[in-house]
Design a protein around this ligand. Structure first.
Ligand code: ADP
Ligand SMILES: Cc1cn([C@H]2C[C@H](O)[C@@H](COP(=O)(O)O)O2)c(=O)[nH]c1=O
Length: 216
């Protein structure tokens, strides 16, 4: 025979605390601990970052968006499709360690240093949700060191975006071709060299067949 007895009525059992934990985990639009968005230029990385983070402006979720100050095309995260985010430009992510927000967005992660990615790792351990975007492959077609460091943090969500190849028009561009006066720039610069987008070079999204790899 079973007798239905509520826990509260059992002698000797202390009443359960009804107060909530002090640090409330906010609802963050389904954001994981670390979300990484990569792909060539023009593949919609900024568009996706804006789509994920712009609704937070209407919520109680504390958040900030950073972009490398080495990126000179815009003064904030701006998608070619037109939308943008309020953004702080910075050379280093270290000052983020003095802040405590629920969500951090970082654009142009490939223009930061590996030490900056370590800062993101610390924030994630503290419970901050991080969304980082940038191009994964450099002018040589090789992985940027900070992007590699980001993958080594074990992101819960990785989105690899493709663009339309600016040469053959197939929707399979994974590389970014750097052009110097309309000709493929084939000099092999030092790994992870940030390149300006101020008119010095122009850039095309290209597929594996159309990308010109460095020759020297
Ligand atoms: N070659 C291309 N392939 C895909 N989209 C392109 C291309 N050229 C221009 N666009 C436009 O750019 C938008 C994506 O731009 P953006 O969000 O700034 O990308 P990213 O941040 O990856 O450089 C697309 O939605 C499309 O409107
Ligand atoms: C190929 C390549 C590009 N960059 C720079 C050029 C731009 O400032 C950004 C990418 O801009 P996006 O449209 O927001 O993707 O990166 C670079 O530094 N190094 C490179 O090899």
């Amino acid at each position: 025979m079973s007798i239905g007895v509520s826990q509260q009525s059992l002698p000797g059992l202390a009443a359960r605390p009804t107060t909530r934990p002090t640090r409330r985990m906010p609802t963050t639009n389904g954001l994981s601990d670390l979300t990484v968005i990569v792909g060539p230029m023009k593949s919609g990385k900024s568009l996706e970052l804006i789509s994920l983070l712009s609704p937070l402006a209407y919520s109680d979720v504390t958040h900030r968006v950073y972009q490398s100050a080495r990126h000179q095309r815009d003064d904030k995260v701006t998608s070619r499709s037109g939308s943008s985010l309020v953004t702080t430009k910075t050379m280093s992510l270290e000052p983020l360690l003095d802040d405590d927000v629920d969500v951090v967005g970082v654009d142009e992660i490939h223009m930061f240093d590996v030490a900056d990615v370590e800062v993101l790792g610390t924030l994630i351990e503290r419970g901050t949700r991080v969304v980082a975007t940038g191009i994964d492959l450099d002018h040589r077609g090789e992985l940027f060191a900070p992007v590699r460091a980001l993958f080594e943090l074990g992101p819960q969500v990785v989105t690899h975006r493709r663009a339309v190849c600016d040469v053959c028009r197939e929707f399979r561009a994974v590389y970014t071709q750097v052009l110097d006066r309309d000709r493929a720039f084939t000099t092999r610069l030092a790994p992870s060299t940030p390149l300006p987008d101020d008119g010095t070079f122009s850039y095309e999204a290209r597929c594996r067949s159309c990308f010109v790899f460095p020759t020297d």
